[in-house]
Design a protein around this ligand. Structure first.
Ligand code: 5RP
Length: 292
């Protein structure tokens, strides 16, 4: 019988979890290689990351804004802390002299032509992640979804091989169309993903109780961007997420579908790394956009 959930109680969100000797929650007892890859992905000065997510093609093909990654994304690379992409795009388009950390999409299967997206498999060997000098890998976990058990097993297999080779695994909460996106669901999903070994978790922001999602997850949470919003709203969401305990963002469409992606990325950086208020960040966005 599941415990009665007392929303908001007992999470003590104002008392950060200690990580003696390392800057990142839950990571202080890992080995050197794992820590080093995390320290490349998350900025050790702020403990946060601005990861640019461009992996959408793994199930959507040429998504709006990603039709030509060479033209739209490569020029943005200096402005992000890490890139989340597929190994196909990495090998074919991303210049090998780029020193940004690369986090690689490691699951796949159904395309958007299918109803049931949870039917995923591991889509990459960890050995290839090492060959590509990846800073981490990312995988969907469909808690409550039709193929929940398989997606959990996919993740735990990746975690086992990641631990052997020192590669962090980002577990991504993939929410089925019929599920309620609230703090209760995300607490459950993020905690399961962390308990089963993911080194950090990507999840969505929710208006009520997001601080309970971050507080009850023993590893860092990065906020997923989701559908394109007006820039001010996306900056506000990122601001609230980091103020409520997220260790940064992994945003895609809200950056590359903006009509000024470089200006938007600069504004997101200011929100995440300088705690810039959304109003000021939006002004920064507008000023940089006007400059072209
Ligand atoms: C969905 C994913 C996506 O593939 C992608 O990274 C999402 O980015 P955004 O929603 O910010 O466009 O991980 O869970």
């Amino acid at each position: 019988m599941p415990e009665i959930d007392k929303e908001g109680e007992r999470y003590q969100a104002d008392r950060p979890q200690a990580a003696p000797g390392f800057f990142l929650k839950g990571a202080h007892q890992y080995d050197w290689g794992m820590k080093n890859r995390l320290a490349r992905t998350f900025n050790p000065k702020t403990g946060r990351t601005v990861m640019l997510a461009i992996d959408h093609g793994y199930f959507q093909g040429p998504t709006s804004g990603l039709e030509r990654v060479d033209l739209s994304i490569v020029p943005l690379l200096p402005q992000c802390d890490a890139l989340f992409c597929t190994r196909g795009i990495l090998r074919s388009v991303i210049p090998a002299d780029c020193t940004k950390p690369m986090v690689l999409r490691a699951s796949g299967g159904p395309s958007i032509l299918r109803e049931e997206l949870s039917d995923e498999q591991i889509a990459m060997d960890m050995e290839d992640a090492v060959r590509l000098n990846a800073a981490g890998v990312g995988i969907q976990v469909f808690i409550g979804g039709e193929h929940e058990t398989r997606s959990v097993r996919n993740m735990t297999r990746l975690v086992d091989s990641g631990l052997r080779l020192g590669i962090p695994v980002m577990g991504i909460t993939a929410v089925g169309k019929s599920m309620t996106r609230d703090a209760k669901y995300f607490r459950l999903a993020c905690r399961i993903i962390a308990e089963l070994g993911a080194h950090y978790v990507k999840t969505y922001y929710v208006e009520h109780g997001f601080e309970t999602v971050t507080a009850s997850c023993p590893v860092p949470i990065v906020m997923a961007g989701g559908k394109k919003l007006p820039e001010y709203d996306a900056l506000t969401m990122a601001y609230k997420a980091v103020q409520q305990g997220a260790a940064g963002v992994d945003m895609g469409r809200n950056i590359f579908q903006s009509d000024a992606p470089s200006a938007m990325l600069a504004a997101v950086n200011a929100v995440v790394h300088q705690n810039m208020h959304p109003k000021d960040a939006f002004e920064l966005f507008r000023a940089l956009k006007a400059k072209g």
